[in-house]
Design a protein around this ligand. Structure first.
Ligand SMILES: Cc1cc2nc3c(=O)[nH]c(=O)nc-3n(C[C@H](O)[C@H](O)[C@H](O)COP(=O)(O)OP(=O)(O)OC[C@H]3O[C@@H](n4cnc5c(N)ncnc54)[C@H](O)[C@@H]3O)c2cc1C
Length: 348
């Protein structure tokens, strides 16, 4: 295991901000993961697990301990009755994995095409888009339990999946390191065309789209919103959506709409209502394309804070705070950030 020092983290993130890692280790096997965790523990270094860096704001000071970059690779598949079980190592690129499952004509994650990051990052916030969430197809998550130093498998039901959350980013945050994820997909299955943008894309067609066409459509829609990483496009130098869509009770939502008029919304679990955070941000006075020096809002998506090239983490946090305060003052709603804030010494 090679331990590097003072490794710049900004290039390893999609936001391209943040200082260095005091120590940096790349894990290519489960043994590497275990060894790095033991090393960090014995030396008293705080540990941060890095996937593809697509859901992070790293502080300008960087990380004072060890950053463990998950680089485990390998994908296998086997038939299990009517399902195809795919086991993907945590360091595999997520979108390449989706492409592989689509090429194998297996349905279940095609709408999650084009999301950056690693396979191991997806259970953490129960990644979702265009009508699918990974929790619908994940059967098992293999993890190193850092409290015991042993690897174990967590079933779907043990993972606490809900909208943009799981035990990995909530109750048991920091305890588990994901090494392998198992997905149960449907061979020869049809794509899910439930999301409005996708329905519109395929409207008027005489035959249903294939999985490959659905993947292409999702990527095209994402491209139009700068939600696909395209080198050189500063509208996607971001962490994707910066705020979660607030989930309100039906009554709270009705009260809000009495004040505002109609707000785009989606049904959530248990009769709750998910309100479009992008609408709240725009209507609180932060339009697409807004510029605040080196930071701003994407020209193509009101929910993405973007780094126009020379932003610092402090610039991003300052705009985030301004948006949160204004949305609270205007609508009485507390927006929660979606990216993980790393290396900040206080709650922001
Ligand atoms: C342009 C753009 C579009 C996006 N669109 C979407 C979208 O549509 N839907 C969506 O849900 N998200 C979206 N995201 C957010 C992000 O891509 C996902 O959350 C992604 O799954 C993060 O994975 P990662 O490997 O990059 O994790 P990182 O950003 O490296 O880490 C995120 C968190 O996960 C933890 N983590 C990562 N890997 C592991 C592991 N192996 N074990 C334990 N913990 C781990 C980290 O410690 C950190 O807490 C988007 C981001 C961008 C930049």
């Amino acid at each position: 295991m090679q331990i590097q020092q003072q490794v710049p983290l900004a290039p390893l993130t999609t936001f391209k901000v943040g200082g260095p890692a005091r120590y940096f280790v790349e894990a290519r096997s489960e043994e590497d993961v275990r060894a790095a965790v033991e090393e960090a523990r014995s030396r008293g270094w705080p540990l941060f697990v890095l996937g593809g860096g697509s859901n992070l704001v790293i502080s300008d000071a960087g990380w004072p301990g060890v950053v463990l970059k998950i680089a485990l690779t390998g994908i296998t598949r086997r038939r299990d009755g009517t399902r195809m079980m795919f086991e993907a190592a945590a360091g595999e690129d997520w979108d390449e994995f989706v492409a592989h499952t689509v090429a194998c004509e297996c349905a279940g994650i095609e709408c999650l095409s084009g999301i950056p990051g690693t396979v191991g990052g997806t259970p953490v916030q129960n990644v979702g888009a265009y009508g699918q969430e990974v929790s619908e197809t994940i059967t098992k998550v293999r993890v190193l339990d850092t409290t015991s130093g042993e690897f174990r498998e967590l079933e779907n039901a043990d993972s606490g999946f809900a909208y943009r959350t799981s035990i990995f980013n909530a109750r048991e945050r920091g305890r588990y390191i994901v090494s392998l994820v198992t997905f149960a997909l449907t061979p020869g299955g049809t794509p899910r065309i439930e999301y409005a943008d996708l329905k519109r894309h395929f409207a008027g067609r005489s035959r249903p789209p294939t999985l490959a066409e659905t993947r292409q459509a999702v990527r095209a829609i994402r491209l139009s919103k700068a939600m696909l990483i395209v080198p050189g496009d500063d509208d996607c130098r971001s962490a994707g959506s910066f705020f979660k869509n607030p989930v309100l009770t039906h009554q709270a939502f009705e009260r809000l709409q009495l004040r505002t008029g109609p707000i785009p919304n989606f049904p959530a679990r248990n009769g709750m209502v998910k309100v479009a955070a992008a609408w709240l941000v725009e209507h609180a006075g932060f339009p697409k394309g807004l510029a605040r020096g080196p930071v701003g809002i994407s020209r193509k998506h009101a929910l993405a804070i973007v780094n126009r090239g020379s932003a610092t983490a402090a610039d991003i946090i300052s705009l985030k705070n301004e948006i949160q305060q204004r949305v609270l003052d205007t609508f009485g709603i507390e927006l929660q950030p979606e990216p993980v804030l790393v290396g900040f010494d206080q709650q922001l």
